[in-house]
Design a protein around this ligand. Structure first.
Ligand SMILES: [Zn+2]
Length: 380
């Protein structure tokens, strides 16, 4: 792991060695970010070197951990021009292995788990993260223990079982699943790969930021509309932008970042509007967009900081609208998208109508998964 300089706590700034498996900062529980020696890397790693590389996220190897990748071909997903909005593009993450953007984070997390010699991985998941973890664990020859709310999309449950994982259905929310993993992990010898409780899922997700830049010939868009549950992708892209600036690949201008959440679970939107720096747990969380059913996010303070620094915003969309928009996007764009992606299309309409995004601004909408994973939600 020579490529990683150190792990850095996002709260207290402590530097930790990457030579052993880490979860969160031992001093204050802060989220840990992986840091590379970008100054030394700069003369050896340039944009032109990428052209000849495979179309996966591992093309950015120099800014990813130096371990043999556990890869199923994730990343470098299409950037499609929208047929409805002349200046919008759709980053279609539904084409990743296991049908969602979660593949990126889990590819790196499982790569590192294997490199560290870990054998048993555990995670609470609202759906697609479980599918991804289990697939990559299977590819790496590791055991996976999944705790999912019993009302997760049918596809995710069946998929996890098909990959040979140990699946426990929980009568509760994702936060209840997380508690169960936390309570049992020590006794069972599980390594917890929960969102932002291990440092490498962010590294996988950040490759979306590199791809956005590369696919637009290193000119970042003016806005990014992103569905946020745990918010790892938002954090990861922001980290990627800073790394690319340090490498001399882009300038200091950043896209405005917009967080989209479901009306039934909108802790970040609520905190953003109230001017808070952290987000209180959202009571009675409910939405069919299982990836948005995260009532309390570990990285809330980081997300809120990015939304404000970028002069972006936060938007809610209700489930009825997500389902309606999914059908409209299907018939106009030819894409069968996840409700989380539909929420972003609906958010763009709202932001355009409110004058918060100008029609001529170039924006990227993230569709984080395939609609195939949500048949039980769409069939109602
Ligand atoms: Zn710390």
């Amino acid at each position: 792991m020579s490529r990683i300089a150190y792990l850095e706590c996002t709260k207290c700034g402590a530097h930790l060695s990457p030579d052993q498996p880490r979860t969160i900062c031992p001093n204050d529980g802060g989220v840990l970010y992986v840091r590379y020696d970008l100054e030394n890397l700069k003369p050896h790693f340039n944009r032109a070197a990428l052209a000849a590389r495979p179309a996966t996220m591992w093309r950015y190897a120099e800014v990813l951990p130096d371990a043999p990748p556990v890869s199923l071909g994730e990343g470098f997903t299409p950037m499609l021009p929208s047929r409805e909005f002349p200046h919008a593009f759709i980053k279609d993450e539904g084409l990743n292995p296991t049908g969602s953007f979660k593949a990126r984070g889990m590819s790196v997390a499982v790569t590192m788990a294997k490199a560290y010699g870990l054998k048993k991985l555990a995670a609470p998941s609202a759906g697609n993260a479980a599918s991804a973890l289990v697939a990559y664990a299977a590819a790496a020859g590791l055991e996976a223990y999944i705790f999912m709310p019993k009302d997760v999309p049918l596809a995710n449950r069946v998929e996890c079982e098909s990959y040979g994982a140990h699946v426990t259905l929980v009568d509760g929310l994702i936060s209840d699943c997380a508690r169960m993993v936390a309570e049992r992990k020590e006794k069972e010898g599980w390594f917890d790969v929960s969102t932002l409780k291990e440092p490498f899922r962010v590294e996988g997700k950040k490759t979306m930021g590199y791809e956005v830049a590369e696919q637009f010939d290193w000119k970042l868009p003016q806005g990014i509309i992103y569905p946020t549950g745990g918010g790892v992708g938002l954090l990861g892209m922001w980290k990627a932008f800073d790394e690319m600036e340090a490498l001399g690949w882009i300038g200091s201008v950043r896209p405005r970042m917009f967080s989209v959440q479901a009306s039934g679970c909108a802790p970040i939107v609520r905190a953003f509007e109230a001017g808070e720096t952290t987000a209180a747990e959202f009571p009675d969380a409910h939405t069919c967009a299982s990836g948005l059913r995260v009532p309390k996010a570990v990285g809330d303070f980081l997300m809120l900081k990015i939304l404000r620094e970028s002069k972006g915003g936060a938007v809610t969309v209700d489930d009825e609208e997500m389902i309606r928009v999914t059908r409209e996007v299907g018939s106009t764009e030819g894409l069968f998208i996840a409700p989380e992606g539909a929420a972003c299309f609906a958010a763009l309409r709202k932001l355009l109508a409110a004058g918060k995004i100008a029609p001529e601004e170039r924006v990227v909408i993230f569709n984080t998964g395939s609609g195939i994973k949500y048949l039980d939600c769409y069939e109602q």
